[in-house]
Design a protein around this ligand. Sequence first.
Ligand code: NOJ
Length: 526
Amino acid sequence: MKKDFLWWRDGIIYQIYPRSFADSNDDGIGDLPGIISKLDYLQALGVDAIWLSPIYPSPDVDFGYDVADYCEIDPKFGTMQDFEALVKGAKKRNIHIILDLVLNHTSDQHPWFLEAKKSQNNPYHDWYLWQDPKPNGEPPNNWESWFGGPAWELDPDLGQYYYHMFHKEQPDLNWRNPDVRAAMLDVFHFWLKKGVDGFRLDVFNAYFKDPEFKDNPSQFGIRAFDRQKHIYDVSQPEMFPLLEEIRTMMDKRKDTFVVGETFLADPQQTAQYCGDGKLNAAFNFDFAQNRWHPKRFLQSALRWYQSLGDSAWPNNFLSNHDMRRAASRYCLGEDDRRAKVAAAMLLTFKGTPFMYYGEEIGLRDIPIRNISEVKDRVGKTYWPLFTGRDGCRAPMHWNDQIHAGFSSAEPWLPVHANYPKRNVDQQITDPESLLIFCKHIIQVRKEEPVLQRGDFIPLVKDPRHFLAFLRTYQDDQVLVVLNFSSRELIYDIPEGTWVSLFGEDEPNHGLISLAPYDVRLFKKVE
Ligand code: NOJ
């Protein structure tokens, strides 16, 4: 590893959904000791950081994204000692820890909200967004909740509405109140002192809303939420000075990282939040939402790089806890060949790769066949149009034992029926498996700084079947060729002498033949 290796730029970040990774106490829910028991696995895979979805006490209306205490560990995940042990164990293996901070809203069970509801004179009342009803009793404006229904909930005792962008049990905080701002910055400090290296900010660009609560203008859309232009409930200018404050605070420590989840923002808007005095990075949803076509991926990556310019380092992801897994979207049945191409793309494109737990073994979404099985309330609301996010949150497959080795108790979500064949134990011994494939590319990436931080030069401008691009850094050049098609293809590699870094060892100059879904990496030697 090079001396100037910067973990969040050059490394690989692995997202863990703690409920579903490994269950140490057999209650059917994953936990921190479970994660600790898999640190060797993560180290061997080659990840440099783990992002933990929320681990704080939560009534789980939104499975952890409704926080009832920002500075504690939910007992279902373990204790603060477990967390400290996790940080220690991770550090020992050079794995950094990124926590998910959900600061746009709290749980309605958070003591602040319980106080806020007591009376309009309570000191915590103004920590949330309360408004009087209109004279006819209606909500103060037309804002809708992302999860369905009006974004305002009437508190009959107070005779006032409070605002919630998500479920009504997730009241939004009033970030204009300086006490809220100070309390939130304390949360950063608290976890930094515990040894955390970075944060993922949940829907950060929703923190501020229009101070006059103006109605959003309307537009065409299917859901009520989509029938509005969200110009007053998200992306307000006040976010910029706050990001600067966060950044200044983070920069007091070495090599810290903040990545933001933008809400309802296109790549250009998202990019505006990144750079000096702002976030280190933000997520590019545009890339993850592409259909299986090389040109689509190339174009959205180029749009992303162009939007960011030189001001911030990109990152890429294809799966997370809110969307169907890439393997479910792109692969045909149990065939992993597209998952290999997708993984290779993620690991060789310019930008920090974010992998979602199980992506390395091609975990597929579990099927959700009946509304009675649904755990994610969003799935219940929109059934059958949208069945919710349970599919991508099912337990990790460790082996072919009961419940895939995740737990010996019935897991909170069922394991996929394919687990006897698709699991870590099985793939680790199979040289052709997706897991071995990922480990191999990760290894190559680790040895080649050019793959970590090199420039990106597409060689085929209008790709229909395959991608060919160069990564260049100082005197190094790596050529990557990814065949997205099920057909054999011929590619004329650029002049020069190339040695193979990955894939078949044959001709390293002139014409090369690409097998269906082939992945080839070459390094220029002169
Ligand atoms: C975005 C998170 O990724 C999602 O899981 C959550 O439901 C919402 N924010 C609300 O916190």
